[in-house]
Design a protein around this ligand. Sequence first.
Ligand code: AAL
Length: 409
Amino acid sequence: MLNFLTCLLFCCTLVSHAEDLIPFPFYMPDKKPDMALSKAMERAYEHYEAPSYRENELHSLFRYTRLKGFDYKQGNGTISRRDPSKIIKVDGEYYVWYTKRDTPIPPRGAKGGSDVIPSSDWDLAEVWYATSKDGFTWKEQGVAIKRPEKPNVGWRSVSTPDILVWKNKYYLYYQGFMEMSGKRGDDCPVTVSVADSPTGPWTPTHKVVIPNGPEGAWDSKSIHDPYPLVHNGKIYLYYKSDFGKSGILHRAQGLAIAENPLGPFDKHELNPVLNSGHETTLFPWKEGIAALSIRHGNENNTIQYAPDGVNFEVKSSVSLMPVAAGPYIPDAFIDTKNGKGILWGLSHFAHQGSRQHRHSILARFDCDLHQEVNEPSMRDTEYFLKSDVYFSQGLGSAFEKRKKMSTLD
Ligand code: AAL
């Protein structure tokens, strides 16, 4: 009898709780509702630019267009273009700089490399530039930075440039290899050349401007993907480094700050400032800096924001991100306090062609990561990819043996 009464009481409590329960509303409230929320729903309101991705200005799809104007010799692998810089506009013309490899044969790895045979796609390379009126059709203009004489910084290869415009002068920062990439890892520091015009001529400083860190430091071997912006009246130069065991490398992004384009650059005490990502892509956003974190790490495929340019937080997770993106950022160098964002740029597709003909191509990406544009079709989260895209990935050698098993434990 007692048991029956306890049970009845319990059921009545449940019913009355269900009646008291305020359900989460059918229409997503713009402001955080005054009710108990799960951690996930708290986060939706407190962490992101807007609770729904449709209003989140740091969320976008990325759409790609094949460029006109670049010749790749039918993709035979002897010509490669990759790692485009940010794009700037001067006198109505867009300018981009990039790594160009034009070698007698395609890359053959560190073992097959020589004085004329490249080990990697960016070995024995030069920095070239192209111009465009519309961002879709480009005209290659020629070499901007040649490889200097040995033993100057970059004698083996100069690659992965980015541009800074500062007090009417142009500065190209780029990787300067003094050994073949792949010998130990992908080891190099960063150097800089200066010009009065985007068409050059470029004067190399022959100086290491962003040096490798001391032995044992995360950035002791490589300083990659130099990426300057102007923030707080100073040059904020972001860069990537590879560190850890070969085969299971970590990749993260650091920041070095200077008052003068030729340095000295002080590395930030909190480096690395982004725990993920490969090629570095950032842009002024509101009072701070936004970053695209791509390809590697726990936070790959995210867009992040740091009001101080240092302490980044994830603001959206996205897909099909542009690799090695160099966006057109009209306010990159004006020390804006209200960064507007980006709408397009160039990126690259690496690993083109068959194994023996590997090379990279430049492409255009478009997105809506702009405060003053709100293109609903870019706010979606989904791509409808053909099944071939998935099947072409294959099982991978480690999993191929599954095909031979009749059952899986
Ligand atoms: C990239 C960049 C750097 C690396 C290599 C060429 O995409 O991170 O430039 O050195 O790969």
